[in-house]
Write a protein that binds this ligand. Structure first.
Ligand code: ZN
Length: 167
């Protein structure tokens, strides 16, 4: 098998785990305090735990002050997956916050209890921005578990407050 085939096969094997991760992340609404939510702290805990268990290093949480948030801050997480050379870092940035669910009558289920229907995941945030987030994290997990080193470092930035002004 080529490296690409190994990675692709490994990622396929994560299907159920990735769906579970989507469901877990979706259950932590992460709506901005400016529009009545609690921010990203609880979602960040799940993600930090994932990074710690899957080969990431130099994990750092940058706490942007937000007095409206119950915790007083909005977390921004950085983590690295080391490559053969540290001369460059390829960054993948995704955001943790989601917009409010809107009118609940328009949903066929609870927007914060993600569900699978005909091979698709439904729930607030599962597309924007969790599909990119989960895909990138599991792509790196696949490198880690296949013992493959990328040519350059990969940096992951999981950020707060994208949806409402990025103050
Ligand atoms: Zn978005």
């Amino acid at each position: 098998m080529t490296k690409m085939e190994k990675i692709a096969k490994r990622i396929d094997s994560y299907r159920n785990e990735m769906i579970d991760m989507q469901i877990k992340l979706c259950a932590k609404p992460s709506i901005s305090p400016a529009i009545g939510g609690e921010g990203e702290v609880e979602k960040a805990e799940i993600l930090i735990d994932f990074l710690k268990k899957n080969g990431f290093s130099d994990i750092e949480v940058i706490k942007a002050p937000d007095l409206e948030a119950p915790s007083g801050y909005r977390p921004n997480i950085l983590g690295f997956f080391k490559g053969k050379s540290s001369s460059k870092t390829i960054w993948i940035m995704t955001h943790m916050d989601v917009v409010p669910p809107g009118e609940l009558a328009q949903w066929r289920g609870d927007p914060f209890k993600a569900w699978v229907e005909e091979g698709k995941i439904y729930g607030r945030g599962v597309e924007d921005n969790q599909q990119d987030m989960v895909a990138s994290l599991y792509a790196i997990k696949a490198f880690h578990e296949e013992g493959l080193e990328p040519n350059y470092n990969i940096g992951i930035a999981l950020v707060a407050d994208e949806e409402t002004g990025s103050e």
